[in-house]
Design a protein around this ligand. Structure first.
Ligand code: CP3
Length: 344
């Protein structure tokens, strides 16, 4: 059946309609590289106070669209509001990233999935306010962290280069680990459904730690839970448009795409364009995949690489993005130049 265009170029690309100029958004587009973000962040106090205040969250979600020719706003929040809502407090210490009291096998039983969604009401309020403020041709992206990625923080207590604490926990306590993943699948799916009901046009599942997993672990921690979320969301929101971003999935991207059923595969910057084209169904939309450090450095190398990516995906629907989040030291002028280069 032919797809009916929505009038939103980014959503249309996600639904499989190739756009002549690739629509653009930037992972972590609201953030510390923008002085206007830093000003609101200071006013809000703590980082979670920013996430749970609908006025502030709406404001910072809209900031990047005032500056740049972007095709989407992404809800301003964090993947770690989920553990927080489940009763595992999250702190964001300045310069240290997130800190949690690591869960042990017994603590998993103490989590509170029944009441988690009530805690997240301010997020849904922000979604509906952002939606009302957006022009008709802009897409509103909601999101959650994927169960494995969120579990790595819940079990390790902080970010780590290799997720060893969570990987070891999964191997030593398979039943408790499975119980945790089940809770995260259910709560994350309900969280995304509520975002759609509040006005999100599409959602992204951030599987930022899909790397460092052997094949069997990838299948059980990443593929299965991502597929279950997609299925659970679409049981309530038929045909819900979904972007999967399995960062570091490498040789598993083909299976991730076909077995989860996402509309869009987000590619990290280590993924070769030719390999992605070979492994993925030709009608599948891809998103990505410029190295964020190329935007920090700027200049000819950035524009050349961006054009090579656009050219490499000229035979399929493509949403231009970075291959991971933009970093705080990125000069704003480089972002302007990048977007112009992609849209020319
Ligand atoms: O603009 C947007 O993309 C929307 C907002 C957004 C944030 N975090 C805001 C944020 C989104 C989509 C996220 C997702 C997120 N959060 C991920 C997945 C994406 C990825 O980068 O892999 C992960 C792993 C997290 C967890 C997290 N939150 C970490 C590791 C950190 C500290 C590292 C850092 O960048 O500072 C955060 C804090 C965070 N989340 C900030 C922002 C703007 C910075 C905090 C601040 O302003 O003080």
């Amino acid at each position: 059946m032919p797809i009916t265009p929505t009038g939103k170029p980014l959503l249309d690309a996600a639904l499989g309609i190739r756009q002549e100029k690739p629509p653009v958004w930037i992972m972590r587009q609201a953030g510390r590289y923008l002085p206007e973000y830093r000003a609101v962040r200071e006013k809000a106090g703590g980082f979670l106070d920013l996430c749970f205040n609908p006025d502030f969250a709406t404001e910072v979600s809209l900031q990047p669209l005032r500056r740049f020719d972007l095709d989407a706003a992404i809800l301003f929040s964090d993947i770690l509001v989920i553990p927080h809502a489940l009763g595992q407090p999250v702190r964001f210490a300045a310069g240290e990233g997130p800190l949690l009291e690591p869960l042990d096998a017994n603590a998993i039983d103490q989590l509170t999935p029944e009441t988690a969604l009530e805690q997240l009401e301010p997020v849904f309020e922000a979604v509906s306010r952002i939606k009302s403020a957006l022009a008709d041709d802009k897409t509103l992206i909601g999101f959650c962290g994927a169960p494995w990625t969120v579990a790595t923080y819940m079990l390790g207590g902080k970010g780590s280069p290799d997720q060893a604490a969570a990987r070891l926990f999964a191997l030593q306590h398979p039943e408790a680990f499975a119980a945790l993943i089940d809770i995260l699948v259910e709560v994350s799916a309900r969280y995304l459904i509520a975002q759609f009901r509040a006005g999100a046009d599409i959602v992204q599942i951030f599987e930022s730690w899909a790397l460092n997993l052997d094949e069997d672990a990838f299948v059980h921690y990443v593929l299965g839970p991502n597929a279950r979320i997609v299925e659970r969301v679409r049981a309530d929101i038929p045909d819900a448009p979904i972007i999967g971003f399995p960062r570091g999935a490498a040789g598993m991207i083909g299976r991730y795409a076909t077995e989860t059923g996402v509309n869009v595969l987000g590619l990290d910057f280590s993924m070769p364009v030719g390999f992605a084209n070979k492994m993925l169904p030709e009608t599948l939309t891809v998103q990505g995949n410029l190295d964020p450090l190329r935007v920090v450095a700027g200049g000819k190398q950035m524009e050349d690489r961006a054009r090579a990516i656009v050219d490499g995906f000229k035979n399929r629907p493509h949403i231009f993005n970075l291959g991971h989040g933009i970093t705080p030291q990125t000069p704003i002028e480089h972002v302007e130049v990048l977007i112009r280069a992609v849209k020319q």
